[in-house]
Design a protein around this ligand. Structure first.
Ligand code: PLP
Length: 384
């Protein structure tokens, strides 16, 4: 059976309750809930007449913009290394499909990796990641996990990391990222570095990409879905330095989705060029998320939950076990929160994790039910 995405399933359940007239507070889905920047909407509409099929990997203009964006972030990139797609999700799947061998996943990690790996016919090797590691597997746990996997007949060849992390909202240290890269190099692993939350790192210096240490062996994926609240526009890109892998991924793209829609590529190029208004918008959105997340973190910890201080994105991942609730699993508790209190969240089990944890997509939840003008006001009030 094809597994159904837990996040999309929660979203559907919430929408059904809303359609039935319930005022559900939606903390389950990974989107910012902020308005589209007008200059970006203008770039999209100005390109509406572009109706031809373009190059599979993306237009030269869009690829140059993505290469410039990564180069400005200390990752020198050639436009020829970029592949665009309708979201980074299909690119993650294409990379997992194109690479040989089995897939090592941090536990907890984003719901879709395991599903994608299974669809691609891979075995999944889970490596527990202590919350304090910020989504980066501890090399001391990774090494024995690789040995054990090989002894049981698996062939681990890909390591997925999410930086900053979903669901914990944290960043791994440069030292940890470096050690994992050394280990990946030693074991012949390709690192698939999902950096979709990168521009929502509250202190941008805290984000370290594995590509900094292993630029040829790391595939970086990203896009404006989270940081610019453009998830519904379905824009994503990958930096694939290895020419053979890039050719395979482009082959899958050509066979399955042809290309990112041409007007979306124009909008993506505008965002990735980062003119002043985009930089201002990103900064305000980052500050708004940081303020709300930190305040909510204080509420959780004051109530007695265990929860690492947030460093990026819009999630908190508290362990509610110390609260001594009657419900012993996240699935039971999230079911009760939705059924009795109209609050939608995801359970730790959805991330392959400890039953007691819940993921709350917190930051812009406070904006739900607000008008677009009120959302702009919230952004403006996040100005320094
Ligand atoms: N990676 C992670 C960790 C995510 O949380 C999400 C969105 O939920 C994605 C990738 C998908 O992003 P995109 O909108 O670029 O497909």
């Amino acid at each position: 059976m094809i597994p159904h995405s837990a996040t999309l399933a929660v979203n559907e359940k919430i929408n059904a309750r809303r359609a039935a007239g319930r005022p559900v507070l939606h903390l389950g889905f990974g989107e910012a809930g902020l308005p589209v920047l007008p200059a970006v909407a203008d770039a999209l509409t100005a390109a509406a007449a572009e109706n031809g099929y373009g190059p599979v990997a993306g237009s030269q203009r869009a690829r140059e913009a993505a290469a410039g964006y990564l180069t400005r972030r200390d990752l020198p990139t050639d436009p020829g290394q970029i592949v665009f797609a309708p979201g980074s999700k299909p690119l993650l799947y294409a990379v997992l499909t194109a690479l040989p061998g089995d897939v090592v996943l941090p536990v907890p990690s984003w719901v879709s990796y395991a599903a994608q790996a299974q669809l691609a016919g891979k075995r999944v090797i889970g490596v527990p990641v202590p919350v304090q590691s910020g989504g980066v597997p501890d090399p001391d746990l990774l090494e024995p996990a690789l040995r054990e996997a090989r002894a049981s007949g698996a062939d681990p060849r890909v390591l997925v990391v999410t930086l900053p992390d979903n669901p914990t909202g944290t960043c791994g240290s440069a030292d940890l990222v470096h050690r994992v890269c050394e280990l990946a190099d030693r074991h012949g692993l390709t690192i698939l570095s999902d950096e979709i939350y990168r521009d929502l790192t509250f202190d941008p210096a805290r984000h370290v990409s594995p590509a900094r240490f292993l630029p040829e062996r790391t595939v970086v994926t990203g896009g404006p879905s989270k940081s610019m609240a453009l998830g519904g526009w379905r824009i994503g890109f990958a930096r694939i330095a290895d020419a053979g892998l890039r050719q395979d991924v482009t082959g899958i793209a050509g066979a399955v989705w042809s290309s990112l829609a041409a007007p979306m590529q124009a909008a993506a190029a505008h965002v990735l060029d980062e003119p002043q208004e985009v930089r201002d918008h990103l900064g305000a959105s980052r500050r708004l998320h940081a303020a709300v997340l930190r305040a909510t973190h204080e509420i959780f910890t004051a109530a007695g939950a265990r929860c690492r201080a947030p460093e990026a994105g819009f999630y908190l991942y508290p362990d509610l076990e110390p609260l001594g609730l009657a419900e012993k699993t996240g699935v039971e508790l999230s079911g009760r929160l939705l059924d009795e209190h109209d609050i939608g969240v995801l359970a730790g089990e959805h991330f392959g994790d400890d039953p007691a944890a819940l993921r709350f997509r917190v930051a812009t939840s406070l904006l739900y039910g607000s008008t677009v003008d009120e959302r702009w006001e919230a952004l403006r009030s996040a100005d320094p």
